[in-house]
Design a protein. Structure first.
Length: 171
């Protein structure tokens, strides 16, 4: 069995989710501001959050809890999904507790995950869908050198596809 990849940056530890994250996962998945642009069923109880953690822990080596170094408390999550080894591409998703937004935490975490995707996993393309009104996410993706595409999600016309190719990463 593969070991979960723990990644670190100057200020952050990206680690596996654990049962001790249940309160923070509950807040992330039930907070109306955080979920405003996400088309998902919010957590209604701590039990919902715990079931989510168990599902992720058992099935994913690419869903990280974001914690600040020196404090294991989860402040957000970042994940890679729909990973295609054939096409050398994946999709990225992320969320951050409200009080940690605007501090450069997600930018730092995303840069590390992008580096991991290209250098360790050998991927060439990372896609990110964001809601057309989610200016914070759009700003982050632009800062990370993602390029907006003309492609719109077929199931939700409010979602815009941003794409990062390894070839345009350094431009």
């Amino acid at each position: 069995m593969k070991t979960f990849p723990i990644l670190t940056t100057e200020r952050l530890t990206l680690r596996q989710l654990s049962e001790s994250d249940v309160q923070e996962i509950f807040v992330l998945r039930s907070d109306t501001l955080i979920n405003k642009y996400l088309g998902r069923q919010p957590s209604k109880t701590l039990e919902d959050a715990l079931k989510f953690i168990e599902k992720i822990k058992n099935n994913s080596l690419s869903y990280w809890a974001i914690a600040q170094k020196g404090n294991e408390k989860l402040v957000g999550t970042i994940c890679l999904f729909d990973i295609s080894e054939d096409l050398k591409k994946c999709e990225i998703g992320y969320e951050l507790l409200t009080k940690y937004q605007g501090k450069g935490i997600m930018r730092e975490a995303a840069k590390k995950i992008i580096e991991y995707s290209f250098q360790t996993l050998g991927l060439k393309t990372i896609d990110a869908y964001t809601h057309k009104d989610n200016q914070s996410s759009t700003n982050l993706l632009n800062e990370l050198k993602f390029k907006s595409t003309d492609r719109i999600d077929e199931t939700n016309s409010n979602l815009i596809l941003f794409r990062l190719n390894i070839s345009n990463k350094n431009k």
